[in-house]
Design a protein around this ligand. Sequence first.
Ligand SMILES: Nc1ncnc2c1ncn2[C@@H]1O[C@H](COP(=O)(O)OP(=O)(O)O)[C@@H](O)[C@H]1O
Ligand SMILES: [Mg+2]
Length: 363
Amino acid sequence: MAELTEAQVLGALKQVADPARGADIVALGLVSGVAVKNGHVAFAIEIDPARAKEMEPVRKAAEKVVEALPGVLTVSAVLTAQRAPQPAPQAKPAERPLLPQVKSIIAVASGKGGVGKSTTSTNLALALAGMGLKVGLFDADIYGPSMPRMLGISGQPQSPDGETLLPMENHGIKCMSIGFLVREEDPIIWRGPMVMGALNQLLRDVEWGELDIMVIDMPPGTGDTQLSISQNLPLTGAVIVSTPQDIALLDARKGLNMFRKVDVPVLGLIENMSYYVCPKCGDEAHIFGHGGAKAEAARLSAEFLGEVPLDIAIRETSDAGTPIVASQPDSPHAKAYQAIAAKVWDKVRLIQSGRKGPKISFE
Ligand SMILES: Nc1ncnc2c1ncn2[C@@H]1O[C@H](COP(=O)(O)OP(=O)(O)O)[C@@H](O)[C@H]1O
Ligand SMILES: [Mg+2]
């Protein structure tokens, strides 16, 4: 079968009209970021955020007409915010803070994927909850969401009013992830600007309630997507996770520099998979060298928050949806996360005593 083309997708989307404006969404220039790969299609429909609810049926209809094309396996359409189309000067709406009931937000980032960022975010969030704090965990890694699996949550979020979503909950923390909204087998091939639109929508639509702290599991890397998240979210601070090799390769330094560039305080560095604990004899083996993060943190004048060993129990518990801090809170590994959480919370409070909560908000 001939490979599906962008033109075919746009052709199909001409069947979908914007009900308020009478014309089709392609003619109105609302479709952007069409990506087609091996039968998987993704695109964005740019909308005025005020019309999000009204445009949801349009989004569904758009998915449906593309799904009907021969050779299409999956379709993901997202609504993204667009500035008001008319050039007439408008009174700027009063700036609404993005997450008014969230007292502090920390990003957990890494220079590259696979260093244990999601494992760290989850156990850190659980350790903060163990300190009696109200905690939310937001999975911003929309390319590879892990929270449904790591927190052992299945099913879809409820929307009692048809407008907002209730976060999912397990092990005493609230959580939202794009993974609850798309099927696991759907590859997500959104482009940078679409990512921000989708995250923005997800953050705004979730009824988090009051939170002392929100932990954000960032997408891996230090590219434009990560930069724009760091700029757009009202972050209190950032934590960098790295492995000893990652430190040697200076990937961690890139993460650090990214946050410094946008004036987000770096709370410190965590060394993950720091050493290996032999499951038979309990001996520690420093496979990748040891202490690199501590020395590197000092060189970069960032705090060293702690180290977590490479241990099968950490992987098995998070794969099973029962992260070690929740399932074995008295184990030495859980204690390592708890100590890191205590340091993080101290730093967050210190920063907040100097300023009054998150200030930045979305356009
Ligand atoms: N300290 C650790 N010990 C053992 N396995 C770990 C540890 N940290 C992470 N892992 C495992 O490594 C893999 C990648 O971790 P993950 O947290 O998904 O990384 P990232 O989010 O950075 O891509 C997962 O299978 C996870 O269970
Ligand atoms: Mg991850």
